[in-house]
Ligand binder design. Structure first.
Ligand SMILES: O=C(CO)[C@@H](O)[C@H](O)COP(=O)(O)O
Ligand SMILES: [Fe+2]
Length: 217
């Protein structure tokens, strides 16, 4: 659990050459490809659908970390699973039947993640902690890349880590939004082990160095 994984978000990549942008992070040492799926409803933006994921599945063997920011995640689990997702994360705010959704993801043979917006309290996931593979703590309000890190995420990660330790559970803690070498240091110290970074990776002059700096923070 101590290995830090870096998941560059292709939201910050150049969509006109998406395949090359993914090959670039693969060669630069990324551990996962973070794919932000936005529906223009849960969040004010539109991004990728399952056909895009199926198309880019051909260009890399890196695991696909699909972050579903959609109002009706139950309709998208199977399409994204079939398209080649490895981890499927749903937002707790979109899911009155969160336990069922987590089971649906696992029935597809995929790892199940649950995400929390900055304003959503941790106890919302307490009852599914034993069922999930990953909790994604949002450190920005979802919808856009390039936003500023919300410092309250650090304490939230620490409290989640304590909840997991108390229950003797091994669950990945992913953090997403405003991650760079400086904020990475804080979230790693708090207990996060998967770090999403969009603009800090794709906006860097040397992508491999940026990944190295975040991992080593
Ligand atoms: O889910 C989201 C935004 O909603 C993220 O995955 C962003 O794409 C992260 O971008 P940076 O904050 O790292 O630029
Ligand atoms: Fe994301």
């Amino acid at each position: 659990m101590n290995t830090i994984k870096i998941a560059p978000s292709i939201l910050s990549s150049d969509f006109s050459c998406l395949a090359e942008e993914i090959i670039k992070i693969d060669k630069a040492g990324a551990d996962l490809v973070h794919i932000d799926v936005m529906d223009g409803h849960f969040v004010p933006n539109l991004t990728f659908g399952a056909p895009v994921v199926a198309a880019i599945r051909k260009v890399t063997k890196l695991p696909f970390d699909v972050h579903l920011m959609v109002t009706n995640p139950q309709d998208f689990i199977e399409p994204f699973a079939k398209a080649g997702a490895d981890i499927i994360t749903v937002h707790a705010e979109t899911a009155p039947h969160l336990h069922r959704l987590v089971q649906n993801i696992k029935e597809q043979g995929k790892k199940a993640g649950v995400s929390l917006n900055p304003s959503t309290p941790l106890p919302v996931v307490e009852e599914v902690l034993a069922d999930v593979d990953m909790i994604l703590i949002m450190s920005v309000n979802p919808g856009f890349g390039g936003q500023q890190f919300i410092p309250g995420a650090v304490n939230k990660i620490s409290r989640l880590k304590t909840m997991l330790n108390e229950r003797n559970l091994t669950v990945d803690i992913e953090v997403d939004g405003g991650i760079n070498a400086a904020t990475a240091r804080q979230v790693i110290a708090a207990g996060a082990n998967i770090l999403v970074a969009g603009s800090a990776v794709y906006g860097a002059p040397d992508i491999a160095q940026a990944i190295k700096d975040i991992r080593g923070a």
